[in-house]
Design a protein around this ligand. Structure first.
Ligand code: PMP
Length: 301
């Protein structure tokens, strides 16, 4: 692979030169928002949905993004072309920008936009073949009335604490509950369970990120004829489910086969999970904003 180029505030710089100030409030306080987006076969998957979520996160924290969505789309496409990427992971970051040491964002002169596009570190095939073991962690999802989990902010300490607990327990993912003890999500993935042919996923008000993959799976499940319910459930429901899986941009759809020592079903990735993963993978290569339009699609003039 050749040089890696990062888009940083209006220009492309080499990876080793892509540096920001220690006075950036994104660094000092986690003051900013981000997105993780995937490119399949030269198609940026659900770009509009990711941009809407980015702008909504920014609005929620009163961060004005100094670019239109069209401009950011152009920048993303340019970044992918410059790095000659066809299958990739894009990290889009908008930080509050450089200010003084005080908390007040008023001291920050301008938000910074960063676009990183990299070859995707795909999860090992074995993880999909064998499924994940997860544990419930003590860290609870931050309450929607304190710091809304719907804001995809640069403050990911809540999720990092979850990841640390999972690692300490010797597993790679975890189950996070909300303050009332209902199942919320994983450290960076949404959760679904299947019981007697019905799919369940926690509703938005439980407190989880509104995952783009979650929404895609809800739509796919409806197309494929599954009954789907967005309603609260507990760990007991997870333990006794027929199938459990997590969804996210990086993981796509991944089976969970053991939760807190309890085998899910027969301890192997479930058939319906596999069916949804196959259908999802088939869809993603067809959908999306094209990075490299064919000659007939290029506007002349
Ligand atoms: N929950 C959290 C906390 C996340 O960080 C992510 C990853 N963005 C998800 C869920 C899954 O969301 P998506 O499908 O949009 O990647």
């Amino acid at each position: 692979m050749g040089e890696q180029w990062i888009y940083l505030n209006g220009e492309f710089v080499k990876k080793e030169d892509a540096k920001i100030s220690v006075y950036d409030h994104g660094f000092l306080y986690g003051d900013g928002v981000f997105e993780g987006i995937r490119v399949y076969n030269g198609n940026v998957y659900k770009l509009e949905e990711h941009l809407v979520r980015l702008y909504n996160s920014a609005k929620s924290i009163m961060l004005e993004i100094p670019y239109t969505m069209d401009k950011i789309t152009e920048i993303i496409i340019e970044t992918l072309r410059k790095n000659e990427l066809n299958d990739a992971y894009i990290r889009l970051v908008v930080s509050r920008g450089v200010g003084n040491l005080g908390l007040d964002p008023a001291s920050c002169n301008a938000p910074q936009l960063i676009v990183i596009a990299e070859e995707l570190a795909i999860y090992p095939k074995e993880l999909y073949e064998h499924g994940l073991e997860i544990v419930t962690v003590a860290t609870r999802r931050n309450r929607p009335d304190v710091l809304s989990p719907k804001v995809k902010s640069l403050n990911y300490l809540n999720n990092i604490l979850v990841k640390l607990e999972a690692s300490l327990a010797g597993v790679s993912e975890a189950l996070m509950l909300n303050n009332e003890g209902y199942v919320a999500e994983g450290s960076a993935d949404n959760i679904f369970i299947l019981r007697e042919g019905v799919l369940y996923t926690p509703p938005g008000y439980i407190g989880a990120l509104e995952g783009i993959t979650r929404q895609a799976i809800i739509e796919l499940a409806e197309e494929l004829g599954y009954a789907l319910k967005e309603e609260p459930f507990t760990r007991h429901d997870v333990y006794t489910a027929d199938e459990v899986f997590l969804t996210g941009t990086a993981a796509e759809v991944i089976a969970v086969v053991k939760v807190d020592g309890r085998l899910i079903g027969d301890g192997k990735p479930g058939q319906e999970t596999q069916r949804l993963l196959d259908a999802f993978r088939q869809k993603v290569v067809e959908d999306g904003v094209k990075v490299y339009p064919s000659a007939s699609e290029v506007e002349v003039g």
